[in-house]
Design a binder for this molecule. Structure first.
Ligand SMILES: [Zn+2]
Length: 244
């Protein structure tokens, strides 16, 4: 079984063979290696030159996973906490999301296909992540477009319906479902959102990220080996079931 990982710059990049995947949305740089007898494809979400979140070619990245025959994707994201009980440095596994990014989020421009998002993450892949991450927090990930960080008033509003805020989950999670690929996300909480700490310092965010990176990689590694081949979830039927 082929597993995909989409993550920020600095994860897995020294590993395996670099390959280039040609998609109708553009070329994608990926890395291939074997872990626990499984073919793993890593795509650095921001490409090789660190394209900012609002410019990432999400369509090309997910299309590349699909073309490589990947059945399940683990997305690695960095988020800010909007809740006092979700500490900086903790691991967060979203169980739902709200997309405020306004980005184009479909492959289906010529057909009316409305995929079911009542359970936006693959329950099986998500459960595997939760079991391996142990003390992870759960909740709602609010997606903003960026690249600027949020205002205090925006965070005050979003805290009413969300737990963390970030810029990279959507449309990736939606596009994976449209391709019938299982998808779940694991996040590093790198800071508290605006208004909860004095100011937001990118150096501090990078420092927290660096200290948690190894832990996160080992969690993801164990999950890669443990995701069941026969998952019994409904993810792969989503495109067919969504046809009007
Ligand atoms: Zn699934």
């Amino acid at each position: 079984m082929k597993i995909g990982i989409i993550g920020g710059t600095g994860f897995y990049e020294a590993e395996g063979d670099e390959i280039e995947v040609e998609t109708r949305y553009g070329k994608v740089a990926a890395f291939h290696f074997v872990r626990g007898g499984r073919d793993v494809f890593f795509i650095p979400r921001h490409g090789r030159k660190h394209i900012p979140a609002h410019m990432v070619n999400y369509h090309a990245n997910v299309e590349a996973m699909y073309l490589m025959g990947v059945e399940a994707i683990i997305g690695i994201n960095t988020v800010g906490s909007m809740r006092k009980d979700i500490n900086v440095g903790s691991i967060f596994i979203p169980d739902d999301f709200i997309d405020l990014s306004g980005r184009k989020s479909t492959f289906f421009d010529d057909q009316a296909i409305h995929i079911d998002m009542s359970q936006p993450f693959c329950p099986v892949v998500r459960k595997t992540l939760l079991e391996e991450a142990k003390d992870a927090k759960e909740g709602v990930y609010v997606v903003t477009n960026g690249p600027r960080l949020e205002t205090k008033a925006e965070i005050e509003m979003m805290r009413n319906f969300g737990h963390v805020v970030g810029m990279t989950l959507s449309p990736e999670v939606i596009l994976a479902r449209e391709k019938g690929i299982c998808y779940a996300s694991i996040c590093i909480v790198s800071n508290h959102a605006a208004g909860m700490q004095e100011s937001l310092d990118i150096e501090e965010i990078k420092r927290v990220h660096a200290t948690r990176k190894e832990d996160l990689i080992s969690i993801v590694d164990r999950c890669v080996e443990r995701i069941p081949e026969h998952r019994g979830c409904r993810c792969r039927y989503a495109p067919e079931k969504g046809k009007l």
